[in-house]
Write a protein that binds this ligand. Structure first.
Ligand SMILES: [Zn+2]
Length: 175
């Protein structure tokens, strides 16, 4: 009998707590917690400058020379050129018109990310090339193949960031 009373007491307590917690206004729920990659990255926004792009780096075995080469993925956080970002950051994929200011900034550190003729697409695209032999490391193989380094790109974190202050781009490391 006593056990039943204790159980009823626990049930009422849990129910009451649940009701109280659910009354918390939605906008305050977990507001101090940083949940997603994007939110973590946005925290680096500071006054006077805006986070323009995040660079996600990975390694890939070059299909041609078999050496381990670095490949990058660009995640845009703010609009530039024809690329409109409303809320959700976008990954640049299969593009040929990355605005030159941004492309030049990226190439300061990642010179292998450049315009190169893609024989499959039959057009010039901005893509990763092997650091050693210069071969194209096509977006399809990086993003769409299950063993591609960027297959789970939306779960990956950028580790290098490019900010824009009054049109001037500059690097800011992550952690
Ligand atoms: Zn190579």
């Amino acid at each position: 009998m006593e056990i039943i009373l204790v159980l009823i007491f626990i049930a009422i307590t849990v129910f009451t707590l649940h009701t109280i917690l659910n009354q918390t206004p939605v906008e305050y729920k977990g507001s101090n917690k940083i949940k997603s990659t994007e939110e973590r990255e946005h925290k680096y926004k500071n006054d006077g400058s805006k986070l323009l792009a995040g660079i996600i780096t990975a390694k890939r075995r070059c299909w041609k020379c078999k050496k381990s080469t670095t490949v990058i993925s660009i995640r845009l956080f703010n609009s530039i050129g024809r690329f409109e970002i409303d809320y959700k950051p976008k990954i640049l994929y299969g593009v040929n018109d990355v605005p030159s200011t941004l492309l030049k900034k990226i190439q300061e550190r990642f010179g292998f990310y450049k315009m190169i003729y893609n024989h499959t697409q039959k057009q010039k695209l901005i893509a990763n090339t092997c650091e050693f032999c210069g071969s194209l490391q096509g977006d399809f193989y990086l993003y769409d193949e299950p063993d591609g380094p960027f297959f789970n790109i939306y779960r990956m974190k950028a580790n290098v960031f490019i900010y824009d202050k009054d049109g001037e781009l500059f690097y800011h490391e992550g952690k």
